[in-house]
Unconditional design. Structure first.
Length: 192
């Protein structure tokens, strides 16, 4: 009986070890996550630029509100991951960060304040959620010139855009940015 319990305990221990990726495996997961996040960013930015050019900034608000989540859903289904945009200054309440994301966003702010380039700011880690290992990845989203029409200082946001934002997002906090500031991040979760 004692040998059987030892075998069960050893099997459980090995199963736990097998589910935690090695540093090399984590680096590979980070590469895959980075590619997935960049796909989301590029598809969303391309759709936004197209809408801005075709119908102007007021119509482009629909891209971030409706089309970006559709793009994200397509990527999530294809890649079998969860992905979303998060920020500490929400426009959409669904973009509020969880505790882990909040800590990482604070770290991103500190890294940017020390002069790190926004394009290289990322973080990944294996965490335990509900007793299961999860690979988490975040990539900083700096404010780009393209973002300023909707996210810049209020005096520079066109009146029509302000009115549309007030209508769609009465509790909007996502303005007052300047180019290069951390606007948020893309957060990815992958069950292991």
């Amino acid at each position: 009986m004692n040998t059987r319990l030892t075998l069960i305990a050893a099997t459980a221990l090995l199963a736990g070890c097998a589910s935690t990726p090695s540093p090399e495996q984590q680096a590979k997961l980070a590469d895959e996550s980075r590619a997935t996040v960049m796909e989301l960013i590029k598809k969303t930015a391309g759709t936004l630029q197209q809408e801005l050019g075709a119908n102007g900034p007021e119509a482009a608000i629909v891209v971030c509100r409706e089309k970006a989540p559709q793009i994200a859903r397509g990527i999530m289904e294809e890649k079998k991951v969860q992905v979303r945009r998060v920020t500490t200054k929400q426009r959409n309440p669904r973009s509020a960060p969880d505790a882990w994301e909040t800590k990482v966003l604070q770290d991103f702010e500190a890294r940017l304040a020390k002069g790190e380039k926004p394009d290289s700011v990322e973080h990944y880690q294996v965490v335990n959620e509900d007793g299961k290992p999860i690979f988490r990845y975040m990539k900083a989203l700096p404010t780009l010139p393209l973002c300023m029409t909707c996210h810049g200082a209020s005096e520079y946001i066109p009146a029509g855009v302000q009115a549309k934002l007030k209508e769609l997002y009465p509790h909007d906090q996502a303005t007052g940015y300047s180019v290069g500031m951390l606007r948020g991040a893309v957060s990815l979760k992958k069950p292991l």
